[in-house]
Design a protein around this ligand. Structure first.
Ligand code: C2E
Ligand code: CA
Ligand code: CA
Ligand code: CA
Length: 287
């Protein structure tokens, strides 16, 4: 329930009441959490399906709350969007992640044949409509000396459904600079596939639900056909395909056979501290 009227009904339900109190507590603590340095970022590797090498990582934000411990983004991103904190928080995540990518590049200079590690950062729809997005991104890349093509910004498919040109303009500018744009959670938003041509995206991130349907080996023939169709359409439009939520070797193998390019999931590694990503990439480069 979003309205005040909704809250009145929630009071009749003790569990919802407790949730509302927690939500209230989080809402009051959220605005100062950034100043207090309570957010941190975990990194989950992005692995090339063809050769198994680590190519980069997705940055995933967490909140170390003084009373509630570590909170996942699902607990506070909606609140941050509602209160407007998402703009400074998102900018902080972007800067931290790009700095981290810079550090990895220094550590990995010349190591391995796959080139420097790349960084993926999630963008909320509120950041897309914020006028500072392009300039903030340019400033961060300049300050850190990281090339635009080392950065990929992830935007959900649902955020771009029915997007008009005003919304796409900043993404187009970023794409022209060389920043990759990924369409996140693809396949959940019922977008018109033909619409893809209009969007300045270079990567499709296939939603976890597709990966889940690859649990059996061989998977359901209809599911296989659907993924096969999406992959061939994506490739014909020059888009790379990343799959998320890969938890087993069987899923990885089927998705590789279907032509997916990159994978992410617990099968490879859970999100973790930056040192962990460095270790994985290093182990990889040295065999
Ligand atoms: P997402 O962008 O779809 O990120 C993938 C989520 O799947 C992450 O959850 C990740 O921990 C989880 N995951 C990874 N591998 C597996 C797997 O093999 N199996 C399963 N079951 N799950 C896996 P997390 O970290 O809780 O993030 C949830 C969502 O919060 C993200 O979904 C993203 O939409 C949002 N989010 C995270 N960080 C940020 C951020 O900095 N800014 C914004 N705006 N949103 C963020
Ligand atoms: Ca994402
Ligand atoms: Ca996703
Ligand atoms: Ca998802």
């Amino acid at each position: 329930a979003k309205s005040a009227g909704g809250n009145r009904f929630e009071l009749a339900d003790p569990e919802a009441d407790a949730r509302a109190i927690t939500r209230h507590g989080l809402t009051t603590a959220l605005p100062t959490a950034l100043e207090r340095g309570e957010f941190f970022i975990e990194y989950q590797p992005l692995v090339h399906l063809g050769d198994g090498s680590v190519r980069g990582a997705e940055a995933l934000v967490r909140w170390l709350h003084p009373q509630h411990g570590v909170l996942g983004p699902d607990r506070f991103i909606p609140l941050a969007e509602h209160t407007g904190l998402i703009v400074p928080l998102g900018r902080w995540v972007l800067e931290q992640s790009v700095r981290q990518a810079r550090e990895w590049r220094e550590l990995h200079g010349g190591v391995g044949a796959v080139g420097p590690l790349r960084i993926n950062v999630n963008l909320s729809p509120c950041q897309l409509t914020h006028p500072g997005l392009v300039q903030d991104t340019v400033d961060i890349l300049e300050r850190t000396g990281v090339e635009p093509d080392a950065l990929c910004l992830e935007v959900t498919e649902s955020a771009l459904i029915g997007a008009n040109d005003d919304l796409l303009k900043p993404l187009r500018r970023l794409a022209e600079m060389g920043v990759d744009i990924a369409l996140d959670d693809f396949g959940t938003g019922y977008s018109n596939l033909a619409n893809l041509r209009r969007l300045p995206v270079s990567v499709l991130k296939l939603d976890r639900s597709f990966t889940q349907s690859m649990q059996q080996f061989p998977a359901d023939p209809v599911d296989l056909k659907i993924v096969e169709g999406i992959v061939s359409l994506a490739h014909s439009l020059d888009l790379a395909v990343t799959v998320e939520g890969v938890e087993t070797g069987a899923q990885a193998e089927q998705l590789r056979l279907l032509g997916c390019d990159t994978a992410q999931g617990w099968y490879y590694a859970r999100p973790g501290p930056p040192e962990r990503l460095h270790e994985l990439a290093l182990a990889d480069a040295t065999g």
